[in-house]
Design a protein. Structure first.
Lengths: 187, 192
């Protein structure tokens, strides 16, 4: 009994001592900026930035390898605070990271000249109309891809956000970043 | 003498593979086998820690616990493993930042890998001596690495394959793991 207690406490004490000594002896001087950046990140360790956790992402930011707008849980607020700390301009959330609300295109009937350019651009044939006739959008078919916005010569198309309701709500897609492998191509 | 240790290595890598035959360490096997690089990192880190942990546990079992205090094995082994992982992390961070970067988050994750606790316990059960334990640990870890890499390669192919919707993702991964385990059964009888 007393032996067991002594052995376990002995092992614990020994390992504790070794770890304590190692913590002092093997201390690595790190960039003080790193801790400050790490403190601003949400510490969800979600990996959506493409790094295996918040600290690796902080390291990448400190080294200048990563942009400050890759952290979806931190949101725009987080980007703003990082920008303040690093003295750079805040940026919008990285492409494909920020969540875009679902929207549909609406054609302003007053301005439409019937040029059919948006009909050609629409990938889902959600725009009906003919040359010199006013066009209109079938809201149920529109995917909100915004491809019809640039071709319109009179800028009569605008995007309108569709509010979420019970029938429309669904889980957000998980976000996986695809990064190129270092060196060499893969079959 | 050398053939004895070689047999232990072959036996643990192929015949009694820790993941496929003993069904230990399934958490990293399913969890970090999505990409080949992470699987390799995990395998490398596990090999390092498992070999050290086998040696240290064998030492403790023989010289500290002995036959009387066998009930203290689990608790003392897990303490030692956690200590070794912590120490290794600090040491690698200081001496080789490149290796530290390579292993990344997988090094601390090993503490909770049941294969790392399982192998020292198996060592104690089978009464291996210190050197045998080292080889048993190294072999087990190499077998773990082999399976991780094989499975990661298969999962990368599965990503591109046309899998029926109900089987997509983890379901097909589980089925594939079953087939892989069946394939490893083909080695049984190669070494005792």
């Amino acid at each position: 009994m007393i032996e067991a207690i002594l052995i376990i406490s002995g092992i614990g004490l020994l390992l504790g001592g070794v770890l304590g000594w190692a913590a002092v002896h093997f201390r690595v001087e790190e960039d003080p900026l790193l801790d400050k950046i790490d403190a601003l990140l949400p510490q969800t360790q979600c990996g959506q930035c493409g790094y295996p956790g918040c600290r690796p992402y902080a390291e990448a930011i400190a080294k200048g390898e990563a942009d400050i707008n890759l952290c979806p849980p931190g949101g725009d607020e987080g980007v703003k605070r990082l920008a303040e700390l690093l003295g750079v301009e805040p940026k919008p959330m990285g492409e494909g990271l920020g969540h875009k609300p679902r929207s549909v295109a609406i054609i302003d009937a007053q301005t439409c000249i019937g040029c059919t350019l948006c009909i050609q651009a629409c990938p889902v044939d959600a725009i009906v109309g003919a040359a010199k006739q006013m066009h209109t959008i079938i809201a149920a078919q529109c995917t909100g891809c915004e491809l019809c916005l640039p071709p319109c010569p009179v800028d009569c198309i605008r995007m309108e956000i569709v509010p979420e309701n019970l029938a429309r709500w669904k889980w957000r897609y998980p976000i996986h970043l695809i990064r190129p492998l270092h060196g060499g191509s893969r079959p | 003498m050398i053939s004895h240790y070689l047999l232990i290595l072959v036996g643990t890598v192929l015949v009694n593979n820790i993941v496929m035959t003993k069904i230990l360490g399934l958490c990293p096997f399913m969890g970090v086998s999505k990409k080949l690089e992470t699987a390799m990192g995990m395998g490398l880190a596990t090999t390092f820690v498992l070999t050290l942990a086998s040696g240290a546990s064998s030492f403790i079992d023989t010289w500290l616990l002995g036959p009387d205090l066998g009930y203290l094995r689990t608790v003392s082994f897990i303490v030692v493993i956690a200590g070794i992982v912590g120490f290794t992390e600090m040491y690698i961070k200081k001496t080789s930042p490149t290796l530290f970067h390579l292993l990344g988050i997988y090094l601390p994750l090993i503490t909770t890998n049941c294969a790392v606790l399982g192998i020292p316990l198996l060592n104690a059960q089978e009464g291996h001596n210190f050197v045998e334990s080292l080889f048993f640990g190294l072999g087990g870890a190499l077998g773990f690495t082999l399976v991780m890499i094989l499975f990661a390669a298969m999962r990368e192919r599965l990503e591109a394959a046309d899998v029926p919707t109900p089987f997509k993702g983890t379901a097909i991964a589980m089925i594939t793991a079953g087939f892989l385990s069946l394939a490893f059964m083909g080695f049984s009888g190669l070494v005792r």
